[in-house]
Write a protein that binds this ligand. Structure first.
Ligand SMILES: *[C@@H]1O[C@H](CO)[C@@H](O)[C@H](O)[C@H]1NC(C)=O
Ligand SMILES: *[C@@H]1O[C@H](CO)[C@@H](O)[C@H](O)[C@H]1NC(C)=O
Ligand SMILES: *[C@@H]1O[C@H](CO)[C@@H](O)[C@H](O)[C@H]1NC(C)=O
Length: 349
Protein backbone atom coordinates (compact mmCIF):
# COMPACT_ATOMS: atom_id res chain seq x y z
CA UNK A 1 0.00 0.00 0.00
CA UNK A 2 1.16 3.47 -0.71
CA UNK A 3 3.44 5.39 1.50
CA UNK A 4 1.91 8.53 0.19
CA UNK A 5 -1.78 8.15 -0.26
CA UNK A 6 -3.17 9.59 -3.43
CA UNK A 7 -6.13 10.92 -1.52
CA UNK A 8 -4.70 13.07 1.22
CA UNK A 9 -6.90 12.53 4.19
CA UNK A 10 -6.42 15.85 5.84
CA UNK A 11 -7.93 15.82 9.27
CA UNK A 12 -10.74 18.25 9.69
CA UNK A 13 -9.46 19.29 13.07
CA UNK A 14 -6.14 20.10 11.37
CA UNK A 15 -4.42 19.28 14.62
CA UNK A 16 -3.14 15.90 15.66
CA UNK A 17 -1.74 15.38 19.09
CA UNK A 18 1.41 13.29 18.98
CA UNK A 19 0.15 11.03 21.72
CA UNK A 20 -2.97 10.35 19.72
CA UNK A 21 -0.98 8.91 16.87
CA UNK A 22 -1.91 5.53 18.35
CA UNK A 23 -5.35 5.95 16.90
CA UNK A 24 -3.91 6.17 13.42
CA UNK A 25 -4.18 2.36 13.68
CA UNK A 26 -7.77 2.70 12.54
CA UNK A 27 -6.48 3.97 9.22
CA UNK A 28 -3.99 1.12 8.78
CA UNK A 29 -2.26 1.19 5.42
CA UNK A 30 -3.60 4.53 4.41
CA UNK A 31 -1.29 7.26 5.48
CA UNK A 32 -2.50 10.51 6.91
CA UNK A 33 -1.07 13.90 6.16
CA UNK A 34 -0.21 15.80 9.32
CA UNK A 35 -0.31 19.53 8.81
CA UNK A 36 0.10 20.86 12.32
CA UNK A 37 1.50 19.61 15.60
CA UNK A 38 0.96 20.92 19.10
CA UNK A 39 4.01 22.84 20.21
CA UNK A 40 4.73 24.11 16.70
CA UNK A 41 3.16 27.37 15.70
CA UNK A 42 1.53 27.41 12.32
CA UNK A 43 1.42 24.87 9.52
CA UNK A 44 4.40 22.52 9.29
CA UNK A 45 6.78 23.79 6.59
CA UNK A 46 7.19 20.29 5.13
CA UNK A 47 4.97 17.41 4.05
CA UNK A 48 4.59 14.86 6.83
CA UNK A 49 2.68 11.61 6.49
CA UNK A 50 2.22 9.01 9.20
CA UNK A 51 0.64 5.61 9.01
CA UNK A 52 0.86 1.87 9.40
CA UNK A 53 1.78 -0.91 7.03
CA UNK A 54 0.66 -4.47 7.85
CA UNK A 55 3.30 -7.19 7.62
CA UNK A 56 1.80 -10.51 8.75
CA UNK A 57 0.85 -9.93 12.39
CA UNK A 58 2.87 -6.74 12.69
CA UNK A 59 1.57 -3.23 12.24
CA UNK A 60 4.64 -1.16 11.38
CA UNK A 61 4.43 2.56 12.05
CA UNK A 62 6.25 5.12 9.96
CA UNK A 63 6.67 8.84 9.61
CA UNK A 64 7.40 9.98 6.09
CA UNK A 65 8.82 13.42 5.35
CA UNK A 66 8.96 14.53 1.76
CA UNK A 67 12.11 16.27 0.59
CA UNK A 68 11.87 20.04 0.78
CA UNK A 69 14.38 20.26 -2.05
CA UNK A 70 13.38 18.57 -5.29
CA UNK A 71 11.16 15.70 -4.15
CA UNK A 72 10.80 14.26 -7.65
CA UNK A 73 14.56 13.90 -8.07
CA UNK A 74 15.92 13.70 -4.55
CA UNK A 75 16.67 10.25 -3.17
CA UNK A 76 14.40 8.40 -0.77
CA UNK A 77 15.89 7.01 2.43
CA UNK A 78 14.62 4.65 5.03
CA UNK A 79 16.17 5.67 8.35
CA UNK A 80 16.65 2.82 10.80
CA UNK A 81 17.39 3.84 14.33
CA UNK A 82 19.44 1.83 16.81
CA UNK A 83 18.71 0.27 20.16
CA UNK A 84 17.48 -2.23 19.19
CA UNK A 85 14.09 -0.84 20.04
CA UNK A 86 14.57 2.93 19.89
CA UNK A 87 11.57 4.76 18.52
CA UNK A 88 11.70 6.36 15.09
CA UNK A 89 10.84 9.56 16.97
CA UNK A 90 14.47 9.56 18.12
CA UNK A 91 15.55 9.87 14.47
CA UNK A 92 12.78 12.36 13.75
CA UNK A 93 13.38 14.72 16.72
CA UNK A 94 17.04 14.19 17.62
CA UNK A 95 18.98 13.04 14.57
CA UNK A 96 18.10 13.87 10.99
CA UNK A 97 14.43 14.87 11.10
CA UNK A 98 12.81 18.26 10.52
CA UNK A 99 11.78 19.20 14.08
CA UNK A 100 13.65 19.70 17.33
CA UNK A 101 12.38 19.93 20.89
CA UNK A 102 13.10 23.22 22.59
CA UNK A 103 14.81 22.18 25.80
CA UNK A 104 16.01 25.61 26.92
CA UNK A 105 14.16 26.91 29.97
CA UNK A 106 11.87 23.89 29.79
CA UNK A 107 9.60 23.86 32.81
CA UNK A 108 7.19 20.99 32.13
CA UNK A 109 4.11 20.61 29.99
CA UNK A 110 3.93 20.23 26.25
CA UNK A 111 7.39 20.80 24.75
CA UNK A 112 7.76 23.52 22.13
CA UNK A 113 8.94 22.36 18.72
CA UNK A 114 11.03 24.26 16.26
CA UNK A 115 12.35 23.66 12.75
CA UNK A 116 15.70 21.90 12.42
CA UNK A 117 17.67 23.84 9.83
CA UNK A 118 20.04 20.90 9.41
CA UNK A 119 17.37 18.34 8.67
CA UNK A 120 18.37 15.84 6.01
CA UNK A 121 14.88 16.21 4.58
CA UNK A 122 16.07 19.45 2.97
CA UNK A 123 17.67 17.30 0.35
CA UNK A 124 16.10 13.82 0.58
CA UNK A 125 12.78 12.22 1.43
CA UNK A 126 12.96 10.08 4.55
CA UNK A 127 10.90 7.24 5.98
CA UNK A 128 11.46 6.98 9.74
CA UNK A 129 10.39 3.45 10.63
CA UNK A 130 9.51 1.97 14.02
CA UNK A 131 11.23 -1.43 13.79
CA UNK A 132 11.51 -4.06 15.15
CA UNK A 133 7.83 -4.56 15.99
CA UNK A 134 7.23 -3.48 19.59
CA UNK A 135 9.37 -0.36 19.31
CA UNK A 136 7.76 3.06 19.17
CA UNK A 137 4.20 2.85 17.86
CA UNK A 138 4.67 -0.43 15.95
CA UNK A 139 2.69 -3.28 17.45
CA UNK A 140 1.68 -6.87 16.85
CA UNK A 141 -1.88 -8.12 16.63
CA UNK A 142 -0.99 -11.36 18.44
CA UNK A 143 1.24 -11.93 21.43
CA UNK A 144 3.56 -14.24 19.50
CA UNK A 145 3.86 -11.50 16.90
CA UNK A 146 6.13 -9.67 19.33
CA UNK A 147 8.79 -12.39 19.20
CA UNK A 148 11.36 -11.12 16.78
CA UNK A 149 15.04 -11.25 15.87
CA UNK A 150 17.47 -9.29 13.71
CA UNK A 151 16.72 -11.59 10.78
CA UNK A 152 12.95 -11.43 11.30
CA UNK A 153 13.00 -7.66 11.72
CA UNK A 154 15.06 -7.35 8.55
CA UNK A 155 12.53 -9.55 6.67
CA UNK A 156 9.62 -7.44 7.94
CA UNK A 157 11.37 -4.21 6.97
CA UNK A 158 11.98 -5.66 3.53
CA UNK A 159 8.27 -6.43 3.08
CA UNK A 160 7.40 -3.01 4.50
CA UNK A 161 9.59 -1.28 1.91
CA UNK A 162 7.95 -3.04 -1.03
CA UNK A 163 4.47 -2.37 0.35
CA UNK A 164 5.13 1.21 1.33
CA UNK A 165 7.09 2.28 -1.72
CA UNK A 166 4.57 4.38 -3.58
CA UNK A 167 4.41 4.70 -7.34
CA UNK A 168 5.42 8.31 -6.97
CA UNK A 169 8.81 7.41 -5.52
CA UNK A 170 9.48 4.05 -7.10
CA UNK A 171 11.99 5.47 -9.57
CA UNK A 172 13.82 7.67 -7.10
CA UNK A 173 17.20 6.50 -5.93
CA UNK A 174 16.79 4.58 -2.72
CA UNK A 175 19.20 4.34 0.22
CA UNK A 176 19.18 2.60 3.55
CA UNK A 177 20.50 4.88 6.29
CA UNK A 178 21.01 3.54 9.76
CA UNK A 179 22.71 4.22 13.00
CA UNK A 180 24.23 2.26 15.84
CA UNK A 181 22.58 -1.12 16.40
CA UNK A 182 20.88 -1.06 12.99
CA UNK A 183 24.35 -1.44 11.48
CA UNK A 184 23.68 -5.15 11.99
CA UNK A 185 20.46 -5.07 9.95
CA UNK A 186 21.63 -2.79 7.14
CA UNK A 187 23.88 -5.10 5.04
CA UNK A 188 21.52 -8.09 5.32
CA UNK A 189 18.56 -5.90 4.39
CA UNK A 190 20.47 -4.56 1.38
CA UNK A 191 21.29 -8.10 0.26
CA UNK A 192 17.65 -9.16 0.69
CA UNK A 193 16.55 -6.21 -1.46
CA UNK A 194 19.09 -7.04 -4.17
CA UNK A 195 18.09 -10.72 -4.14
CA UNK A 196 14.39 -9.75 -4.13
CA UNK A 197 14.87 -7.45 -7.12
CA UNK A 198 16.69 -10.24 -8.97
CA UNK A 199 13.85 -12.63 -8.13
CA UNK A 200 11.41 -10.17 -9.67
CA UNK A 201 9.67 -8.92 -6.51
CA UNK A 202 7.53 -5.88 -7.22
CA UNK A 203 7.82 -3.01 -7.00
CA UNK A 204 11.56 -2.97 -7.62
CA UNK A 205 13.41 -1.09 -4.91
CA UNK A 206 15.91 1.17 -6.66
CA UNK A 207 18.63 0.58 -4.05
CA UNK A 208 21.78 2.62 -4.70
CA UNK A 209 23.68 2.39 -1.48
CA UNK A 210 23.74 2.18 2.27
CA UNK A 211 24.94 4.60 4.89
CA UNK A 212 25.79 3.28 8.33
CA UNK A 213 26.47 5.81 11.03
CA UNK A 214 28.47 4.57 14.06
CA UNK A 215 27.47 1.05 13.02
CA UNK A 216 27.32 -1.83 15.40
CA UNK A 217 28.79 -4.96 13.85
CA UNK A 218 30.41 -7.37 16.29
CA UNK A 219 30.32 -6.82 20.05
CA UNK A 220 33.50 -8.65 20.91
CA UNK A 221 35.57 -7.01 18.17
CA UNK A 222 34.16 -3.62 19.16
CA UNK A 223 34.89 -4.17 22.82
CA UNK A 224 38.39 -5.22 21.95
CA UNK A 225 38.96 -1.98 20.01
CA UNK A 226 38.40 0.25 23.03
CA UNK A 227 41.95 0.02 24.32
CA UNK A 228 43.63 0.78 20.96
CA UNK A 229 41.13 3.63 20.43
CA UNK A 230 41.75 5.08 23.89
CA UNK A 231 45.46 5.02 23.07
CA UNK A 232 45.04 6.61 19.63
CA UNK A 233 43.01 9.40 21.27
CA UNK A 234 45.78 9.87 23.84
CA UNK A 235 43.36 9.00 26.63
CA UNK A 236 45.89 6.46 27.91
CA UNK A 237 49.68 6.68 27.77
CA UNK A 238 51.85 4.77 25.37
CA UNK A 239 53.49 2.83 28.21
CA UNK A 240 50.10 1.80 29.64
CA UNK A 241 48.96 0.78 26.17
CA UNK A 242 52.12 -1.22 25.52
CA UNK A 243 51.86 -3.02 28.84
CA UNK A 244 48.19 -3.78 28.27
CA UNK A 245 48.98 -5.11 24.81
CA UNK A 246 51.73 -7.36 26.12
CA UNK A 247 50.05 -8.57 29.31
CA UNK A 248 46.67 -9.18 27.68
CA UNK A 249 47.99 -10.53 24.41
CA UNK A 250 45.73 -8.00 22.59
CA UNK A 251 42.63 -9.61 24.06
CA UNK A 252 40.96 -7.13 26.40
CA UNK A 253 37.56 -8.78 26.54
CA UNK A 254 37.54 -12.35 27.83
CA UNK A 255 40.48 -11.94 30.13
CA UNK A 256 41.58 -15.05 32.00
CA UNK A 257 40.90 -14.39 35.68
CA UNK A 258 44.36 -15.74 36.48
CA UNK A 259 45.96 -13.01 34.36
CA UNK A 260 46.32 -10.56 37.24
CA UNK A 261 48.71 -8.25 35.41
CA UNK A 262 46.30 -7.74 32.48
CA UNK A 263 43.34 -7.16 34.83
CA UNK A 264 45.36 -4.63 36.86
CA UNK A 265 46.32 -2.65 33.74
CA UNK A 266 42.79 -2.70 32.30
CA UNK A 267 41.44 -1.32 35.54
CA UNK A 268 43.94 1.55 35.27
CA UNK A 269 43.01 2.39 31.69
CA UNK A 270 39.26 2.73 32.10
CA UNK A 271 38.89 6.21 32.22
CA UNK A 272 32.49 9.85 17.24
CA UNK A 273 36.06 9.42 16.96
CA UNK A 274 35.31 9.96 20.63
CA UNK A 275 32.85 7.13 20.58
CA UNK A 276 33.77 4.27 22.82
CA UNK A 277 30.33 2.71 22.32
CA UNK A 278 31.12 1.68 18.77
CA UNK A 279 34.83 2.46 18.35
CA UNK A 280 35.54 3.61 14.81
CA UNK A 281 38.80 1.73 14.76
CA UNK A 282 36.84 -1.44 14.34
CA UNK A 283 34.59 -0.01 11.65
CA UNK A 284 37.62 1.01 9.64
CA UNK A 285 37.78 0.27 5.99
CA UNK A 286 40.38 -2.47 6.24
CA UNK A 287 38.19 -4.34 8.67
CA UNK A 288 34.91 -3.99 6.82
CA UNK A 289 33.52 -7.46 6.28
CA UNK A 290 33.39 -9.07 2.89
CA UNK A 291 29.61 -8.97 2.70
CA UNK A 292 29.66 -5.25 3.32
CA UNK A 293 32.31 -4.79 0.65
CA UNK A 294 30.03 -6.53 -1.79
CA UNK A 295 27.70 -3.62 -1.31
CA UNK A 296 28.21 0.02 -1.94
CA UNK A 297 29.02 0.98 1.59
CA UNK A 298 29.91 4.53 2.36
CA UNK A 299 30.37 4.85 6.05
CA UNK A 300 29.61 8.23 7.40
CA UNK A 301 31.17 8.63 10.66
CA UNK A 302 35.47 12.79 10.02
CA UNK A 303 37.20 15.78 9.75
CA UNK A 304 36.81 15.26 6.00
CA UNK A 305 39.21 12.39 6.01
CA UNK A 306 37.93 9.98 3.42
CA UNK A 307 39.09 6.67 2.11
CA UNK A 308 37.70 5.45 -1.14
CA UNK A 309 37.87 1.89 -2.21
CA UNK A 310 36.90 0.33 -5.49
CA UNK A 311 35.68 -3.20 -5.05
CA UNK A 312 33.64 -4.97 -7.68
CA UNK A 313 32.81 -1.57 -9.10
CA UNK A 314 31.32 -0.35 -5.81
CA UNK A 315 32.43 2.73 -4.01
CA UNK A 316 33.21 2.57 -0.34
CA UNK A 317 33.75 5.72 1.67
CA UNK A 318 34.76 5.79 5.28
CA UNK A 319 34.72 9.08 7.13
CA UNK A 320 34.95 10.12 10.75
CA UNK A 321 33.67 13.30 12.30
CA UNK A 322 36.05 14.71 14.88
CA UNK A 323 34.81 14.80 18.45
CA UNK A 324 31.27 13.80 17.55
CA UNK A 325 30.60 10.97 20.00
CA UNK A 326 28.29 8.06 19.26
CA UNK A 327 25.51 10.28 17.94
CA UNK A 328 27.16 12.74 15.50
CA UNK A 329 23.87 13.80 13.88
CA UNK A 330 22.78 14.98 17.30
CA UNK A 331 26.02 16.66 18.42
CA UNK A 332 27.44 17.92 15.10
CA UNK A 333 24.31 18.56 13.01
CA UNK A 334 25.85 21.16 10.68
CA UNK A 335 28.87 19.01 9.82
CA UNK A 336 26.71 15.93 9.40
CA UNK A 337 24.28 17.72 7.14
CA UNK A 338 27.06 19.06 4.91
CA UNK A 339 28.66 15.66 4.71
CA UNK A 340 25.36 13.95 3.97
CA UNK A 341 24.32 16.45 1.32
CA UNK A 342 27.56 15.98 -0.59
CA UNK A 343 27.56 12.22 -0.23
CA UNK A 344 23.96 11.67 -1.26
CA UNK A 345 24.40 13.78 -4.39
CA UNK A 346 27.65 12.07 -5.40
CA UNK A 347 29.99 14.97 -4.71
CA UNK A 348 33.37 14.21 -3.13
CA UNK A 349 33.21 14.53 0.66
C1 LIG B 1 13.00 28.05 23.27
O1 LIG B 1 12.28 28.48 24.41
C2 LIG B 1 12.83 29.61 25.01
C3 LIG B 1 12.08 29.84 26.34
O2 LIG B 1 10.70 29.81 26.15
C4 LIG B 1 12.71 30.79 24.05
O3 LIG B 1 13.25 31.93 24.64
C5 LIG B 1 13.48 30.47 22.78
O4 LIG B 1 13.30 31.48 21.82
C6 LIG B 1 13.00 29.15 22.20
N1 LIG B 1 13.90 28.76 21.11
C7 LIG B 1 13.47 28.43 19.89
C8 LIG B 1 14.53 28.05 18.89
O5 LIG B 1 12.30 28.42 19.57
C1 LIG C 1 4.74 -14.01 7.00
O1 LIG C 1 4.10 -15.22 7.29
C2 LIG C 1 4.41 -16.28 6.40
C3 LIG C 1 3.51 -17.45 6.77
O2 LIG C 1 3.67 -17.79 8.12
C4 LIG C 1 5.89 -16.60 6.49
O3 LIG C 1 6.24 -17.62 5.58
C5 LIG C 1 6.69 -15.35 6.16
O4 LIG C 1 8.08 -15.60 6.35
C6 LIG C 1 6.27 -14.20 7.05
N1 LIG C 1 6.92 -12.98 6.58
C7 LIG C 1 7.66 -12.20 7.38
C8 LIG C 1 8.29 -11.02 6.75
O5 LIG C 1 7.78 -12.41 8.57
C1 LIG D 1 32.70 -11.62 16.12
O1 LIG D 1 34.05 -11.75 15.82
C2 LIG D 1 34.66 -12.88 16.45
C3 LIG D 1 36.18 -12.79 16.20
O2 LIG D 1 36.48 -12.65 14.83
C4 LIG D 1 34.06 -14.15 15.83
O3 LIG D 1 34.61 -15.28 16.47
C5 LIG D 1 32.54 -14.11 16.11
O4 LIG D 1 31.93 -15.20 15.48
C6 LIG D 1 31.94 -12.82 15.56
N1 LIG D 1 30.55 -12.76 16.00
C7 LIG D 1 29.57 -12.53 15.15
C8 LIG D 1 28.20 -12.44 15.75
O5 LIG D 1 29.74 -12.38 13.96
Amino acid sequence: MPLISGRYSILSTACIHLLLLFFVAEYAESGMIVQTLPGFSGVLPFKLETGYVTVNESELFYLFVESQGKPKQDPLLVYLIGGPGCSALNGFFFQTGPLLLNTSDYSGGLPQLFYNEYTWTKTSSIIFLDAPVGSGYSYATSSQGYYTSDTESMAQTHVFLRKANHQEYVENQFFIASDSYSGVITPILALAIIDGNEAGLQPTVNLQGILSRSPHTNSSLEANSKIPLAYSLALISRSLYESAKNSCNENYVDVDSSNAECLRILKKSKSGDHDLVVPYIYSRLDRVSKSKRRLCLETLVRSWYTVRNEYNGFRLTFATLKGAGHSPTQYKPLECYNMFERWIHYYPL
